[in-house]
Design a protein around this ligand. Structure first.
Ligand code: F3S
Length: 60
């Protein structure tokens, strides 16, 4: 299982993760939220994590 999480202390709300991977990340009140518990079957999740300018996304 690959669980995506967004560190809200780090997220600056740039929205890149939602643009790259809207099935997993959703912007709400200026921060990104992981709306999927498991992104093992998703190809864009890791790309979104790698593209976050402040490295706020982790996948465990
Ligand atoms: Fe936030 Fe990074 Fe997404 S700053 S909005 S978690 S790309």
């Amino acid at each position: 299982m690959s669980k995506p999480t967004v560190n809200h202390d780090l997220c600056i709300g740039c929205g890149t993760c939602e643009s790259l991977c809207p099935e997993v990340f959703k912007m709400e009140e200026g921060k990104s939220h992981a709306i999927k518990e498991d992104c093992a079957d998703c190809t864009c999740c890791q790309e979104a994590a790698d593209s976050c300018p402040v490295n706020a996304i982790s996948i465990e």
